[in-house]
Design a protein around this ligand. Structure first.
Ligand code: ADP
Length: 630
């Protein structure tokens, strides 16, 4: 029979897979057993509605046999099986030239190619080649009369031929490699090793995984004599991890489960394992990751928890179980209250599911609160990864969830120089301080330089720094915390001066009225008004805003791809006690040309210090150069 060849690319790919993807060779067994379990799941599902399957749940099993003499490890299942087409498509995919050729023509780099292809195909089955130099798969699909045998020695190709096999299901025979100097394979022919691996990786598989064990017993009627016999035992406990009691599960088991199920090689930040009884009865096993998944902040990301009914998977990712602001949580829910055959549409309106979702949300919130109170450092780490999500949660749905989230959010504090909660801020507020001050900018360093924060900082007030786009929107949605309103130091008029100082300022604005009006005209439309204020210490000018839209919000809203552009009402504030103010007054009466230029320069300066770009850089540079040679 003609051997079908793997293409050159596939060869490289297989090599790569075999040698580098899995660092632990032993996981091949887990992969093959999972496949067997999936195949049984399929037939079991079928048996619920199709009597011709002729099997009850108890009839399904996986068997692992060792044939030491011939160096074979054999994995048998009585699941759904594969037709010859399925053998070709499922196990031969890697050799399918079509997709590889297509990729090759279209991609620049070979490397990138390989990675994409690996991502496309299940590589689970191929892990068999890490320990085996000859793999034989004999399979008979449910509903077909003919069985087929797939054979391959690895990278150089495979054959498919008809074979005899009575029962529906699959038998995979691995010829185990010989030991080399560096690699040991013999142990994969030892019962204790293989049964140990099953316990370690596949304990919760829902079908019995059976193995033969050699044992001895006394011979009846012959004192002192023993005979050996073979006993078939079920190796796995068949209880899913989440169904076990917390006390029976080690930290390591939880972590292994997490990394295997969610492909995260970092340990989870938190593990939430709960059994809930009452209105809704369910087990939940959830994990708060340390870092966002690689696609977490992309459109492709799908939130959700896996949903099981009595240990049987209904849905891989049920989005209705998690609110958006907790979408980073990974895990599963198992409830006997849900029907196995429930459809996605019905599920959405399921009363029971809603109850479960509500309880789950509370559990996650409690866990985060506990973490915040007892493990501050860990919480801050968590917050750096997922804080943005919580702040979106406050803002979204018109603030429907703001009360439940307001104690979980943190902002960088000007005085503490670290992340603080709103309640911590309020507890430190000064006598007579009635507002929670915040300032917006790209980074803490840039906000530190804002002229508007100078006066506040000098008087010792704490300012919260908003560096994420969503921050100010979230604070606006909150409106107040503990009865204290939020105040944007760049938007609101924050006057900390004495009555005398206020009066003086009023006079200054009154007497400078014409000049200020003239400045506004020079800036033709860029600002709503120009006025003297008291809050700037070291800088001659800054921009602030009046009304609901701050300068920062304008920036963010207008960066979004919509036609509805917004405009903040901008005020150019002049430092009443800065020498530049005096200079302006003089120029206003004596040198209109320079007054004109200085006004534009001040406006540009104020834009720069506020973290904005200037509208006409070449004009700005010309004016500066002119001043330099004066
Ligand atoms: P994955 O399991 O990630 O899809 P694998 O390479 O492990 O990738 O398997 C490829 C496919 O081969 C499976 O999706 C399944 O359709 C089929 N398969 C593998 N093992 C078996 C089995 N024991 N019985 C039936 N089908 C199987």
């Amino acid at each position: 029979m003609k051997k079908k060849q793997f293409k050159a690319e596939s060869k490289k790919l297989l090599d790569m897979m075999i040698n580098s993807i899995y660092t632990h060779k032993e996981i091949f067994l887990r992969e093959l057993i999972s496949n067997a379990s999936d195949a049984i799941d399929k037939l079991y599902f079928r048996s619920l509605t199709d009597e011709s399957v002729g099997k009850n749940k108890e009839d399904f099993f996986i068997k692992v046999d060792i044939d030491k003499e011939n160096r074979n490890l054999i994995i048998t299942d009585n699941g759904i099986g594969m037709t010859s087409e399925e053998l070709e498509n499922n196990l031969g995919t890697i050799a399918k030239s079509g997709s590889l050729d297509f990729k090759k023509d279209n991609a620049e780099s070979d490397k990138k190619d390989d990675v994409e292809i690996i991502g496309q195909f299940g590589v689970g089955f191929y892990s068999a080649f890490m320990v085996s130099d000859l793999v034989t798969v004999e399979s008979k699909a449910f509903g077909s009369d003919q069985a087929y045998r797939w054979t391959s020695t690895g990278a150089d190709g495979y054959t498919i031929e008809p074979c005899d096999k009575e029962d529906v299901g699959t038998v995979i025979t691995l010829h185990i490699k010989e030991d080399t100097e560096n690699e040991k394979y013999d142990e994969f022919l030892e019962t204790y090793k293989i049964s140990g691996l099953i316990k370690k990786y596949s304990d919760y598989i829902r079908y019995p995984i059976k193995m033969d064990f050699e044992s001895s017993r006394p011979v009846e009627g012959k004192e002192g004599e023993y005979e050996s016999f073979t006993e078939t035992r079920t190796v796995n406990s068949m209880i899913p991890l989440w169904r076990k009691n917390k006390s029976e599960i080690s930290e390591e088991e939880y972590e292994r489960f997490y990394s295997e199920k969610f492909y995260d090689f970092e340990k989870p930040a938190r593990i939430i394992h709960t059994k809930t009884e009452g209105q809704a009865t369910f087990d939940a096993l959830m994990f708060i990751p340390k870092k966002p998944a690689y696609d977490y902040y992309s459109k492709e990301f799908e939130k959700g928890l896996a949903l099981y009914s009595n240990g049987v998977l209904i849905m891989d990712k049920c989005p209705d179980l998690l609110p958006d602001y907790f979408s980073f949580v990974r895990g599963l829910v198992d409830s006997a209250d849900l029907s196995l055959n429930i459809s996605r549409e019905v599920l959405q309106h399921d009363h029971q599911l809603k109850l479960i979702a509500r309880t789950i949300e509370k559990k996650i919130k409690n866990e985060l609160t506990k973490m915040l109170n007892n493990e501050r450092e860990a919480y801050e780490e968590f917050y750096k990864s997922f804080g943005v999500q919580l702040k979106f949660g406050i803002y979204n749905e018109f603030g429907a969830h703001k009360d439940s989230l307001k104690d979980l959010v943190m902002f960088y504090s000007s005085t503490e120089k670290k992340l603080v909660t709103l309640s911590e801020y309020v507890s430190r507020m000064k006598d007579g301080q009635d507002k929670i001050y915040y300032a917006c900018g790209d980074s803490a360093e840039k906000i530190d330089m804002l002229p508007q924060t100078d006066a506040l900082k000098e008087k010792g007030y704490e300012v919260l720094y908003c560096t994420d786009n969503v921050d100010e929107f979230a604070l606006k949605m909150l409106d107040e915390y503990d009865g204290k309103k939020f105040a944007n130091v760049c938007a609101e008029e924050i006057d900390l001066s004495t009555e005398d100082e206020k009066k003086q300022l009023e006079e200054q604005n009154e007497s400078g009225k014409d000049m200020l009006e003239e400045m506004k005209n020079i800036l033709s439309g860029a600002v709503q008004s120009v006025k003297f204020t008291n809050r700037l210490k070291n800088y001659p000018a800054c921009l602030s805003s009046e009304g609901n839209i701050s300068v920062e919000m304008e920036k963010i809203l207008n960066s979004m791809p919509t036609d509805n552009k917004v405009k903040a009402d901008i005020v150019l504030e002049l430092n009443a006690s800065h020498p530049v103010a005096e200079k302006l007054k003089t120029l206003y009466t004596e040198d209109k040309d320079s007054f004109n230029k200085f006004t534009k320069l001040l406006y540009d300066q104020a834009r720069l210090i506020g973290g904005m770009t200037i509208e006409n850089p070449s004009e700005f540079i010309n004016m500066i150069s002119e001043l330099m040679v004066k």
